[in-house]
Design a protein around this ligand. Structure first.
Ligand SMILES: *Cc1c(COP(=O)(O)O)cnc(C)c1O
Length: 394
């Protein structure tokens, strides 16, 4: 593996551990444990004097390949694979705080992420302040003497707000706090939070990294020092480890990630432009468009637009439901990053647990739908939207 390889090459070859059989495709090592040549060898392994695996909850060869490939892509020193994106988020946050500490998080978070910081963390005496993350002064005002972690996603779900990651990292560094970025919506192809100054990056690999609707998975990436001091023991002893079978499907997913994200982004941007001109559409929010409210920050920190589009219909919930029901190729599903185009109505699905007021703060109305563009033919998707919109009563 060469450090100078560009992402598309890393994603096909990075991290490969070829066995004595010389297999082309990475092997799946479905084993819980490992055997030692002698009692002395076992002792040395446990003491950390020799390299090698001990138990699959700690690490195993197929997972190792996935973790190394993710490190190569992200420019991180260490990675730990987890059974789901939420296992990654929960571990990344809880492993570094204790009772009496304070977290500042952007209020626009994936629903389960918001539950972890807003509801779970306070049960263990960890305080949390939610802020409108679009404005740096809100992060600064929320800082307390015990603030240890800043947590954000950018672009956000579902209204694709953008947060200045480098700005938040500067504030965190002034007080010795760590910035955790959930980089799912941006994908590792378009945004590199570690280069922007963030300390820890987490993914739900369930989304673009698998990208084909097969597996749940997650990954946490950071530097060796942070992993050794914070994550290592938490990860080994609480058991969020990924199945080696999942690691294998995700290795296959990574091989085609740049191709899929490119086609999804092209589809998303063309659909966004098409919908922005339609009379039944009040507004389209797309990070790749000049009319995105934070187009300047998008240009500063993202290499591409997005595979997602937020669409606001003039006719409210009735129009949003009619559009979804009339779409043929685009399926109704709350997942995202898939090869198949998927659409969802956040107010009645992913964000149904929020109060009306909290939804309004995030810009989610009855007429809001979120599209995750797939890799289908662009013209087929635009034709699908055209025929479906014709069936919506304005
Ligand atoms: C899906 C998602 C998660 C949770 O991931 P799972 O794999 O479903 O556990 C976390 N954050 C964001 C932004 C997501 O889209």
């Amino acid at each position: 593996m060469s450090k100078t390889w560009r992402p598309a090459t890393q994603l096909v070859h990075g991290g490969s551990l070829r066995s004595q059989y010389g297999e082309t495709s990475e092997a799946i090592y479905l084993t819980q444990g490992f055997v030692y040549e002698s009692a002395e060898a076992a002792e040395a392994r446990f003491k950390g004097e020799t390299e090698g695996y001990i138990y699959a909850r700690y690490g195993s060869p197929t997972n190792d390949m996935f973790e190394k490939r993710m490190c190569a892509l992200e420019g991180a020193e260490e990675a730990r694979a987890t059974a789901s994106g939420m296992a990654a988020v929960t571990a990344a946050i809880l492993c570094q705080v204790q009772a009496g500490d304070h977290i500042v998080a952007a209020r626009a978070l994936f629903g389960s992420c918001r539950w972890v910081v807003e509801t779970l963390a306070p049960k263990y005496g960890i305080e949390c302040t939610l802020v409108d993350g679009r404005h740096l002064e809100n992060w600064e005002k929320a800082i307390r003497p015990n603030t240890k972690v800043f947590f954000l996603e950018s672009p956000t779900n579902p209204t694709l707000e953008v947060i200045d990651i480098a700005g938040v990292a500067r504030l965190a560094n002034q007080i010795g706090a760590k910035v955790v970025v959930d980089n799912v919506f941006a994908t590792p192809i378009f945004q590199k939070p570690l280069e922007l100054g963030a300390h820890i990056v987490v993914y739900s690999a369930t989304k673009h990294i698998d990208g084909q609707g097969r597996s749940l998975g997650g990954v946490i990436l950071s530097d060796t020092e942070w992993v050794n001091e914070n994550l290592q023991d938490y990860y080994r002893h609480t058991g969020p480890a990924m199945s080696p079978f999942t690691a294998w499907t995700l290795l296959k997913g990574l091989e085609t990630l740049p191709l899929r994200v490119k086609q999804q982004t092209e589809n998303a941007s063309k659909i966004a432009d098409f919908l922005a001109d339609q009379p039944k559409v009040a507004k389209v929010i797309y990070p790749g468009r000049k009319d995105h409210p934070q187009a300047d920050i998008v240009a500063k920190q993202m290499k591409g637009g997005s595979t997602l589009v937020a669409i606001e219909l003039k006719g409210g919930k009735e129009a949003a439901f009619a559009l979804q029901n009339a779409l043929d190729i685009v399926k109704i599903s709350n997942n995202l990053g898939d090869a198949k185009s998927l659409i969802t109505h956040p107010a009645t699905t992913t964000h149904k647990n929020l109060t009306d007021e909290a939804r309004a703060e995030l810009g989610i109305s009855g007429g809001t739908v979120r599209l995750s563009a797939g890799i289908e033919d662009t013209d087929d998707l635009i034709e699908d939207f055209a025929q479906a919109l014709a069936k919506v009563n304005a």
